[in-house]
Write a protein that binds this ligand. Sequence first.
Ligand code: BG6
Ligand code: MG
Length: 217
Amino acid sequence: MSKKVFIFDLDGVIVDTAKYHFLAWQKLAQELGIEFTPEHNEELKGVSRVRSLDIILNLGNIQATQEEKDKWLKDKNELYLSYLVDMDQSELLPGVVAVLKFLKANNQLIALGSASKNARPILEKTNIIHYFDAIVDGNDVSNAKPDPEVFLRACQLVGVAPEDSIVFEDSVAGIQAANTAKMKSIGIGEKEILHEAEYIFSDFTMINEQFIKSLMN
Ligand code: BG6
Ligand code: MG
């Protein structure tokens, strides 16, 4: 039986931070007079900070200088981080820790594959960083999801082939990245949005041990 790696996205999969990204972008959009809805926000999930700003500016048909963009990116990140100051394990999404524990108990490799540059402090604050055999985040890659770079790096780091990698994702871009890399894609969220995933669950409490065991084989 070949070795497997279970690669987790961070925002919206492990922690409930997708809502904070949304709130921070929404405030900026409001200031710029751009309408920014939860539907628009789906396009930003899994997407890098820089690309997210471009998508929002496009929505409002706004041209900006690099200086303005840099300021807005900084403002957005500062507001986002202010939501995380008191972050602790209570922000972990339901069932995540049970799955991490089950994987470790069964000697499986675990990796992080996130677009976020804030990933490490979040894993530390929520006290789960020790579960991860490899961490690849927005500081390590140059191509954002749907490019598979982040997931390919993660499986390389632990010496596992892409075909033996399993990805948990809440974003359309992330599911596409996993599919392009020929990894098993598991959507965490709504069926209507994540229909390109091989399997879809509303959250980790819906994933039973038998299913995870079937992924190990
Ligand atoms: C992804 C989120 O995980 O990380 C995106 O889904 C976010 O919404 C991206 O823009 C970059 O995160 P950060 O923390 O570097 O701004
Ligand atoms: Mg995500």
